[in-house]
Design a protein around this ligand. Structure first.
Ligand SMILES: [Fe+2]
Length: 336
């Protein structure tokens, strides 16, 4: 009965970035997916997102555009001058705002949301993230005028007692193109959890469409809850079936900017012993069915951090009521 009352909501969600096969019985329906629902959502969203990216590609170099469309990522080494980078590094390492921690397996992720209020105290971070060059790249790769949500992020491999980190299994984040970016403040070594991406895995070819179709028929009942919720996981056999190029680990020097389409298949790399990497990190996930690149500007940017803060506070209250740890717990600065 409850599910029946929610049906209009489930139907509306079909035209959003909603992706959970488990939580939305329409998205997870074997009958509808047999008729091609999941594949239609993929094809339509990729078509619209490509048009949106092209609409925002006017000021992007032909080389960056080609790299993003062909390989699924853009890399900019030595992005800032030495003095600019030194100033940004100093600000980042002295950060003393609110930091939240997530535990996934044996990995700790520390993130500080860089809202306009926070950035007003960190002028170098602000000038880098909101420079014309950075904004143009972020808007093109996001296919949207809204700035990504930015954070100062530190990944701490093997700093927790948990088991396997679920981010270390190959997966895609969304069924449609969406963007994540890193401006690395630390060097990243191969065995220190380097972000690892399968080049060209963001492309839709016949093999991938067939694979997505088969996957959509059974995803609702998958044991892996992330897979069932649409953060699709790939086994070694799946990767062989897809016949994709070898994975590429982003072992980069500090002062490198990386922008990635996370419909592409990726994972957090393995770490030998404890390791950390500090970066400015951006995440842009927008409604892929919106036929134009949305709205941006300062007000929209402020608003998205307001909602993020509200969402985090609600999650804190809900966790406190249940006597469990909030998924993103505020930690004191001396634990960072
Ligand atoms: Fe991911």
């Amino acid at each position: 009965m409850k599910s029946l009352l929610k049906t209009p909501l489930y139907l509306i969600e079909l035209m959003t970035s909603a992706k959970s096969f488990k939580d939305n019985p329409v998205i997870g329906s074997m009958t509808l997916n047999r008729c091609g629902l999941h594949v239609i959502r993929i094809l339509l969203s990729h078509f619209i997102m490509r048009i949106r990216m092209l609409m925002l590609s006017g000021s992007i170099s032909a080389e960056d555009r080609r790299q993003y469309f062909q390989q699924g990522y853009i890399v900019k080494e030595n992005y800032l001058s030495a003095s600019e980078f030194a100033s940004l590094e100093k600000e980042s390492r002295a950060f003393d705002g609110e930091i939240r921690e997530a535990r996934q397996g044996d990995t700790l992720t520390h993130r500080a949301a860089l809202s306009p209020d926070v950035l007003s105290r960190y002028p170098m971070m602000q000038s880098v993230l909101f420079s014309k060059t950075f904004q143009k790249l972020a808007r093109f790769t996001s296919g949207h005028l809204r700035d990504p949500l930015y954070y100062l992020e530190e990944i701490k491999n093997q700093y927790s007692e948990g088991g396997n980190d679920p981010q270390k299994m190959f997966h895609h984040d969304t069924f449609h193109p969406s963007m994540k970016c890193w401006f690395f403040i630390d060097d990243v070594e191969e065995n220190s959890g380097a972000f690892t991406f399968i080049p060209q895995s963001h492309k839709l070819d016949w093999k991938r469409i067939k694979w997505e179709y088969k996957m959509s028929l059974v995803a609702q009942d998958a044991n892996n809850h992330m897979h069932a919720r649409g953060s699709t996981r790939y086994t070694d056999e799946d990767l062989v079936e897809l016949g994709l190029p070898a994975p590429y680990a982003f072992t980069v020097k500090k002062n490198t900017l990386v922008l990635v389409n996370v419909f592409g298949i990726h994972r957090r790399g393995d770490s030998i012993g404890k390791s950390t990497r500090l970066a400015l990190w951006g995440d842009s996930r927008t409604n892929p069915f919106l036929p134009f690149p949305g709205f941006g500007g300062e007000f929209v940017n402020k608003l998205q951090y307001y909602f993020l803060s509200l969402f985090r506070k609600r999650a804190d209250e809900s966790a406190a009521k249940r006597g469990v740890r909030s998924p993103w717990t505020v930690i004191s600065n001396d634990k960072k």
